[in-house]
Structure formats: structure tokens, C-alpha cells
Design a protein around this ligand. Structure first.
Ligand code: AMP
Ligand code: ZN
Length: 479
């Protein structure tokens, strides 16, 4: 009996590498065949770079994989438009205010501007729309409610400058990061902390008052907390609180999957867990997944070095955004990926090769999805969303000697996950002159007049086309 169950699970269960516990685990959603999925979205103070875009494509690939595996996915990705300071550890200026000053716009207009750029970018990369796109400034009442709960339960305290979460009260504060907090505290203790009344350097702000360095804050709301500890006045939420409150509003106290960049493990996500679990008393997230970063020329992407490329720069150099998506497919989400222009050019020619093969298959009779290839593809997705392997399987399919119609049906089925718009490839209308040259070349070949057939091939190439010879004919493609 047990044995039998084990075999079934072994073959068909999705396994996900959970940062909590750091191992691959069988995925069991809270509700059968349904998945609640949240991704920490962009702080909308600048055009996002292609590293950020990698994170967005990864989320989209995971979401599409889950749907392909038969789950109903409710996906949320937020916009941070207040409270994210230049340092993730409560120091510095609000990034949206920096943008507002730089662009001479109101904070709201600056956020709107970068949300519009971002939405175009994710659309170009063929990422499906999330069900929810919560904007932090629209969830202030929910955030204040959570602060109040934390005050009431004794997890939070107030100084003149902020309301803090007291990490010494949290159960298992380091469960996600596994960091040594005593070491962490002493390290942070050495750093400059702008609030001397903070009890513990690791305590983090739930709410900043419009005071001290933030006395000229541009975005603020009444801080009408009813607690002897909390100071009244005006203020704005801390960044970590936003994700906790938006999650709770959209999904309730618990959700299945939460994704973010690896840099969020020690601070942002650690703090999200602490405050959510302190407020609700239940486990916040069952599976934490973290994406690795994109490097450029083997270094960290940096605006100062001109390597924080935007999607616009990729397009300006003549690349189809889907080439970048294909490039992202080549690395697993838990691996670093290195961007170079050469690597993007290789992705471009690989994708062109796919399109060519698919175009050829489109000329054949419609076939059916091949079970063997599909099973391999499914197995790759079930193994912690192994998209590079899935991509290799798709390549093998295209190179296989399956009937063209079956190949086409199968690759279009895979494209529900890959998202390369393979159903939209169309044969260009080939000019009559090219058709005539190709026909003459075919005659020359039949007569074994190789010099003439080569000459015609070159002429066709000069006019921007190429001829591919097949067993029973030939095909003309744009070069
Ligand atoms: P931010 O706007 O800085 O909050 O970042 C938005 C998202 O992009 C977050 O999920 C980050 O973890 C992610 N991210 C930032 N830099 C990179 C990078 N170089 N590679 C991949 N993801 C990144
Ligand atoms: Zn977040």
C-alpha cells in the first residue's frame, strides 16, 4: 500500500526547492489544484533593468508551468510606490521621492510613469497579466490595521521616529535565512543607526513618522494608532509591511508560493514572515522560492557602469524582446545567469532556427501531440521548474524525425509554457522573382550543373533569401 502510493507520487508530483529548509519538497497547495502565488514586484522609481526583467520572466515561467501542470493559479505582483528606502535596512531616502525630485513630478506621477514603462516591458516579454497588481499606496488602511494588531499583541513599540517590530519577540526570526542573529546584531550595531531609541539594531520599521530625516516626506497619512506606545501624527509605511498587508488582503493569512530575488532572504522576506506570523498566528508562506540574479559581463549590473541595460536598449539594438525571453529560458531560476551581447546573438540565431523549422512543419498536415516528448517535458517542469531542460527537450523534438504535423502540434503545446509566440510565425510572401530563381536552381541541380546552382544560390542570397534543400523539394526563407 505505502509502496504503491510512493510510486505514484514519485512520478507525478511537482517538486519545488523551498528556501525554508533548503531542499526540494513535494508541492502540496493549501487548496487542491489551486495555487496562491505572490511575487515582490518592482519599486517604481526608475526604468527596470534586464536583471529585474529576468525576475519577471521567471515568475511568468513558473506561473505558466503550474497552469500547464493543471493548477489554477492566482498570481499577484505588487508595485512599491512608497516606503522603500535607498537601503533595505531602514536607512536613507524613499526611492519614490528621489524619482519625484529628479523627474520634477509628484510622487504619484513618477510612480505612474515607471509603472507604464514596466507594463510595456513585461508585455513585450510576453509575460501573462497577473490577476492582482496591488499598489502599496492603495493598501494603507490594511497596513495600519496590521501595525495596530502588532502593537496590541506586544510585538511592536514606538519611538519619536518610528514604530518598530521587536525581533526579540518573534518566534524563530531567522527561520528563512538561518543567519546567526547575534552576529548579525553586532554587525548592524556597528553600523550607523539613525534612531538611538531603537531597542535592538535588528528591529525594523513598520511605520515611519514624518519626523527626523523624514520630516519633509512627500507621501504621508494620519498615524492614528490607538496604543499608549504609539505616537500620533503623520507618517508612511515601511517596505516590508507593505508586502505582508497586501498578501493578507489578497490571499488571507496564508499562501502557497512567494517569490523574490535572493537578496531578499535575510531582510525583506525574513521581516515579512516575522510580522505576518506575529499578526495572524499562522504560518505565512508554505513554499518560499528565490531567483538568482542576472550579471552582465560577469559583474553585478550597475547604472554607474552602464551595464544596467533596459529592455528599450535591447530593442534599440534591433533585438526582438522574445530573443531575451529565449535567453532567460536557458538558465535555471536558481542559477546566476551572465548576460553578454554575444550570448544574446546566439539566442537570436537559436530562436531563428526554431522559427525556420516550425515554418517548415507548418506546411505539413496537422498532427497530434507526441506523448513521449510531452512526458519528458512534464517531468522537467515537475523537477523544480527546470526550464533549461524543458528547452532542450523542445530542441530535440524539433530536430527529431517525427512527422512535421506532430512536431508542430507538440511544440505549440510546449509554447503554452515557453511563451515564445510560436503560433504567430508566418511565412513571408516570397517575391515572384525569387521563386523563379529558386525554380531555375532546382532545374540546374537536377541536371547536376553545380556551378549554375551555386551561382543562383548566391544571387538569391544577395536578394535577402536562402534556399534550404530537402529530400523532396526545397524551401525558401528570408535570410
Ligand atoms: P526592485 O525594483 O529593486 O525592488 O527589484 C524588483 C525585482 O527585481 C526584485 O524581485 C528583485 O529581486 C529583482 N532583481 C533586482 N536585481 C536583479 C538582478 N540583477 N537579477 C535578477 N533579479 C533582480
Ligand atoms: Zn516583498
Amino acid at each position: 500500500m505505502i509502496n504503491q502510493l510512493y510510486t505514484v507520487n514519485k512520478n507525478n508530483m511537482l517538486k519545488i526547492f523551498n528556501t525554508l529548509g533548503r531542499k526540494k519538497e513535494e508541492f502540496r497547495p493549501l487548496k487542491k489544484k489551486q495555487v496562491s502565488f505572490y511575487q515582490c514586484g518592482p519599486t517604481v522609481y526608475w526604468t527596470q533593468h534586464i536583471g529585474n526583467m529576468r525576475a519577471m520572466v521567471i515568475a511568468d515561467l513558473i506561473r505558466r508551468s503550474l497552469e500547464y501542470l493543471g493548477y489554477k493559479v492566482t498570481f499577484a505582483r505588487n508595485y512599491t510606490d512608497v516606503g522603500h528606502l535607498t537601503s533595505d535596512e531602514d536607512e536613507g531616502e524613499d526611492k519614490i521621492e528621489i524619482a519625484a525630485r529628479r523627474d520634477k513630478l509628484s510622487p504619484r506621477a513618477a510612480a505612474d510613469k515607471y509603472i507604464a514603462v514596466f507594463e510595456q516591458d513585461v508585455k513585450d516579454l510576453n509575460c501573462l497579466e497577473p490577476k492582482f497588481k496591488p499598489r502599496a499606496t492603495q493598501y494603507i488602511p490594511q497596513m495600519k490595521k496590521m501595525v495596530q494588531q502588532l502593537l496590541d499583541k506586544g510585538f511592536a513599540y514606538s519611538t519619536d521616529l518610528a514604530i518598530y517590530f521587536d525581533v526579540s519577540k518573534a518566534k524563530n526570526y531567522t527561520q528563512l535565512s538561518g543567519q546567526d542573529l547575534s552576529k548579525n546584531i553586532s554587525e548592524k550595531g556597528k553600523a550607523e543607526v539613525s534612531d538611538p531609541r531603537k531597542k535592538n539594531p535588528a528591529d525594523f520599521a513598520l511605520w515611519f513618522f514624518k519626523a527626523g530625516v523624514h520630516k519633509n516626506a512627500l507621501q504621508y497619512w494620519p498615524s492614528d494608532f490607538s496604543s499608549p506606545l504609539a505616537k500620533n501624527g503623520e507618517g508612511f509605511p515601511g517596505w516590508h509591511l507593505e508586502c505582508s498587508a497586501m498578501n493578507k488582503a489578497l490571499f488571507g493569512p496564508a499562501l502557497d508560493l512567494h517569490l523574490g530575488g535572493v537578496e531578499h532572504i535575510p531582510v525583506h522576506h525574513t521581516n515579512e514572515i516575522a510580522q505576518s506570523e506575529a499578526a495572524s498566528g499562522v504560518k505565512f508562506v508554505n513554499y518560499w522560492i528565490h531567483n538568482e540574479h542576472l550579471n552582465v559581463d560577469n559583474g553585478k549590473m550597475a547604472k554607474s557602469q552602464g551595464t544596467a541595460y533596459s529592455l528599450q536598449e535591447i530593442k534599440d539594438r534591433g533585438f526582438d524582446p522574445l530573443v531575451l525571453r529565449y535567453f532567460f529560458l536557458q538558465a535555471h531560476y536558481r542559477s546566476k545567469q551572465n548576460f553578454t551581447w554575444e550570448a544574446l546573438i546566439s539566442a537570436q540565431s537559436a530562436l531563428a532556427g526554431w522559427r525556420e523549422k516550425i515554418l517548415a512543419d507548418k506546411q505539413q498536415k496537422k498532427g497530434k501531440i507526441n506523448r513521449d516528448f510531452k512526458d519528458k517535458f512534464l517531468a522537467a517542469l515537475r523537477d523544480d521548474f527546470n526550464l533549461p531542460q524543458a528547452l532542450a527537450i523542445a530542441w530535440n523534438l524539433l530536430k527529431s524525425d517525427l512527422a512535421g504535423g506532430d512536431k508542430l502540434a507538440t511544440i505549440l503545446d510546449f509554447d503554452r509554457v515557453l511563451g515564445l509566440n510560436l503560433d504567430q510565425i508566418k511565412a513571408e510572401k516570397i517575391p515572384k522573382k525569387i521563386l523563379a530563381l529558386a525554380e531555375s536552381r532546382q532545374i540546374a541541380r537536377r541536371e547536376k550543373n553545380w556551378s549554375e546552382s551555386d551561382r543562383l544560390r548566391e544571387e538569391i542570397a544577395r536578394l535577402g533569401y536562402k534556399v534550404l534543400d530537402a529530400k523532396d523539394g526545397y524551401q525558401i526563407l528570408p535570410r
